[in-house]
Design a protein around this ligand. Structure first.
Ligand code: PLP
Length: 315
């Protein structure tokens, strides 16, 4: 890429925000300047789809997969944006380059937008595209990465796929937030929600994996088809580890030798306690550690990386 666009400064906002750069309404803005109309249906009705990709050591990881998922969501929700995949990729590269962040959490969103007449008909709304890059963030903090997460299996039902398709990344999170409060009440770090049959679905921002007798399994319905989840399939195939997408019952989760959760926000995150009980021997599992190491190794694979064109001075 030749020249970076201009970073606009509208006014100084005294509130604190993470450092970073956003793109909205055709401008690149410091994070604290990126503001949305309260009349946007993305805000009023959670009527939006989005994706999150990370930048690690100056390069996007599996950007095309995230873009494909995002564009599929836009289409399924009858939305449109005035950019194609290559143009969105360029905007994301610019946000990261302008932010000068080497490790970043990069979110891109399409909201239903606003309708000039405040019409209730979603077809009248002008869809809005927003993107931003902020410092890399993780579901699990450093201590939880070292000792493992404590996961609570809540009886909160993940919003059914017949209501909201979980494979379209969305902001219908009140079930997740309910699950989180239920988990905190139990002294757990985070929550897993159940599907309509009482099996494990997913948690706030992650997919769930259980390992029993060397076989890895993860739910195949009522979940987002996570890009990290796909990376686990690739890793298992490469290492000759059996990996199945199938119903995972709560009993199976509790009887697992190892459990981990996956997200672009953090990668592979070990779980050492479920509902207050140790998973296996209660320490980080051997197979989970192997998969975790391989996950970060894959970030050096040139076929999965898109290098960010930082300004020269930041090199
Ligand atoms: N499930 C939900 C509900 C999520 O929000 C996320 C990520 O934010 C995931 C799963 C994991 O998906 P990915 O690996 O693509 O980040």
């Amino acid at each position: 890429m030749s020249k970076l666009p201009i970073l606009s400064q509208r006014h100084i906002d005294p509130r604190s925000y993470p450092p970073g750069v956003a793109y909205m309404d055709g401008q690149y803005l410091p994070m604290q300047e990126a503001k949305l109309s309260v009349l946007d249906y993305g805000f009023l009705h959670s009527d939006a789809t989005y994706d999150v990709v990370h930048v690690w050591k100056g390069a996007f990881f599996r950007l095309d997969d995230h873009l494909n998922r995002f564009f599929r969501g836009i289409e399924e929700l009858h939305m449109s944006i005035p950019y194609d995949q290559a143009q969105v990729a360029e905007i994301l590269h610019n946000c990261v380059a302008l932010s000068e962040l080497r490790n970043a959490y990069v979110e891109f969103i399409c909201t239903r937008g606003t309708s000039p007449t405040f019409s209730r008909d979603p077809r009248d709304a002008e869809n809005r595209f927003i993107a931003f890059a902020i410092p890399f963030g993780s579901v699990a903090n450093k201590e939880q990465m070292e000792h493992g997460l404590h996961l609570a299996v809540t009886d909160v039902l993940r919003i059914p796929p017949s209501s909201v398709d979980p494979t379209i990344k969305n902001y219908h999170w009140l079930d997740m937030v309910k699950g989180l409060y239920a988990a905190y009440d139990q002294g757990a770090d985070t929550a897993v929600l159940v599907d309509g049959n009482g099996n494990v679905s997913e948690g706030p921002g992650f997919n769930v994996f259980a390992i029993r007798d060397g076989v890895v399994s993860t739910p195949d319905t009522s979940v987002l088809l996570g890009i990290t989840r796909q990376t686990i399939f690739d890793i298992c195939a490469g290492l000759g580890i059996q990996c199945r997408t199938q119903d995972v019952s709560v009993t199976a989760l509790k009887a697992a030798d190892e459990v981990f959760v996956t997200s672009t926000a953090g990668g592979v995150m070990p779980v050492t306690k479920v509902d207050g009980q140790p998973v296996g021997s209660g320490v980080l599992g051997t197979l989970s550690k192997t998969i975790l190491a391989k996950y970060w190794e894959m970030h050096d694979d040139d076929t999965l990386r898109d290098v960010v064109p930082y300004p020269e001075a930041a090199e």
